[in-house]
Write a protein that binds this ligand. Structure first.
Ligand SMILES: O=C(O)CCC(=O)C(=O)O
Ligand SMILES: [Fe+2]
Length: 306
């Protein structure tokens, strides 16, 4: 790990107990307020008691490790230039595989079948993390003062992508990043990892990079571009990057929640008024995919600002 990057102390990380978001919880308003503050200040929080068992997360990480350890010729079957392919393997400073994951039945037969438990283990995780993403997104929508069912039916038709990464061990003298600074295009990204390595830019501390420790059983939630747009800039998509470890390779699984390809995302009308004019134009996932192929200087979120 880059020794110059300070590690966030657990007291600096908002940790949400998901059971407190359930209907019968008296503490729900307080928890929704914590989510609001975390999304506004850091664009990031972590969740515990989220209902995805250790068996499901470890099996998913295990199958991915086995997949990434396969000889290159077996992974190269999924090597495509076209970013629209529903399954796509990429190898550079890290190995990465993208999987379209909803509805699982529509896509699972195109996923790798080697190792033999890949489809079952990733399928189980994908189904659970999607349910969780919708639950967390419901709380986030509420934290913006919007109706809890806002966007729910559109999100149910939405595109769910899983992007898994394997970062090789770094050489001890290297300062190379495993993944460079970026924000995600999604509403939210839920991140599972086998070890620490994620760093976020801390808006509250002069945009300093901070390393986020791995907490056993916790998943990380990152605010993405489309939530920044929906909130009319109240919530910021968090810049993040990955520093690989000199001790062992790191596997992570991102779950990206989006609307359907052509559905437009724009600032919620409830959050726009004379004092808060619209700050972003409407955009879709399809437009983002096109943007990727243009290799613009500007980031996607910058291109959406009015
Ligand atoms: O590996 C990680 O922890 C982060 C991955 C990530 O940021 C991404 O896939 O967009
Ligand atoms: Fe990311």
């Amino acid at each position: 790990m880059n020794s110059l990057v300070p590690i966030l102390h657990s007291s600096q990380i908002t940790t949400i107990d998901v059971t407190q978001l359930h209907h019968d919880s008296h503490t729900k308003p307080l928890v929704v307020k914590s989510i609001h503050d975390a999304c506004q200040k850091m664009g990031f929080f972590q969740i515990i008691n989220h209902g995805i068992s250790k068996e499901v997360t470890e099996n998913a990480l295990g199958s991915l490790s086995k997949f990434f350890d396969l000889p290159m010729d077996q992974k190269n079957i999924f090597l495509f230039d076209d970013v629209r392919k529903p399954v796509r393997f990429v190898t550079n400073s890290r190995d990465m595989i993208k999987l379209y994951a909803y509805p699982v039945e529509d896509w699972i037969s195109s996923w790798p079948h080697n190792p033999t438990d890949f489809r079952e283990n990733l399928g189980n995780y994908a189904a659970e993390v999607r349910r969780l993403s919708n639950e967390i997104m419901g709380a986030i929508v509420e934290s913006l003062g919007l109706c809890p069912t806002y966007l729910r039916s559109k999100l149910e038709q939405g595109v769910h992508m899983i992007i898994a990464n394997k970062y090789p061990q770094s050489s001890p003298s290297s300062n190379m990043l495993g993944l460079s600074s970026h924000t995600d295009h999604s509403f939210i990204t839920i991140l599972l990892e086998n070890m620490s390595g994620l760093e976020i830019m801390d808006f509250t501390d002069d945009n300093a990079w901070k390393s986020v420790p791995a907490t056993d059983g916790a998943l990380k939630v990152l605010v993405g571009n489309h939530l920044e747009v929906l909130s009319n800039g109240l919530y910021k998509s968090v810049f993040h990057r990955v520093t690989p470890s000199p001790l062992m390779s790191r596997v992570s699984v991102g779950s990206f929640l989006n609307l359907a390809m052509e559905d437009m995302v724009e600032p919620a009308t409830e959050l726009v008024d004379e004092d808060h004019p619209e700050r972003y134009r409407a955009s879709s996932l399809d437009e983002y995919v096109k943007f990727l192929s243009f290799k613009e200087e500007k980031s996607y979120i910058e291109s959406l600002k009015i």
